[in-house]
Design a protein around this ligand. Structure first.
Ligand SMILES: [Zn+2]
Length: 135
């Protein structure tokens, strides 16, 4: 329990709903919330299932592979800790749920809708996070 609390404090963006996600990243695992009643995956985490309205949920590890569903390239203003331009993508994981993450491990001319990608785990300062690279 003490370890979980410490990891929560390291994850500056965390809240109770997100704790399992950031704790997974600390262990280089991509965890996604699922409904305990109908099994629907959902991200970002929510307190209630949008499909069956159950409030029971768990976390399931994803393979970390998928394809670029959409993306944008951020040019301005500068973001502290990031090189510009900074590409961000919506990745559709092979399990069927979509997640927003940086694509900054890829060259801009590699980034396109439908390109297969794989999660890469890294730290940005104190925060464990992920980005996607070409698979
Ligand atoms: Zn459900």
């Amino acid at each position: 329990m003490a370890e979980i609390t410490e990891k929560r404090h390291k994850a500056a963006c965390s809240s109770r709903d997100y704790d399992f996600f950031y704790e997974g990243l600390e262990d280089q695992r991509l965890m996604v919330q699922h409904c305990s009643d109908c099994n629907t995956l959902r991200h970002p985490p929510e307190p209630m299932c949008p499909h069956c309205h159950s409030v029971h949920s768990g976390a399931r590890e994803m393979a970390g592979t998928g394809t670029i569903y959409s993306y944008a390239v951020h040019y301005h203003p500068p973001l502290p800790g990031f090189e510009m331009p900074h590409p961000i993508g919506i990745v559709e994981l092979d399990e069927g749920v979509r997640i927003v993450a940086g694509l900054d491990g890829m060259a801009l001319d590699e980034i396109a809708i439908g390109v297969p990608v794989k999660a890469e785990y890294l730290r940005r300062g104190e925060l464990a996070t992920l980005r996607f690279r070409r698979a």
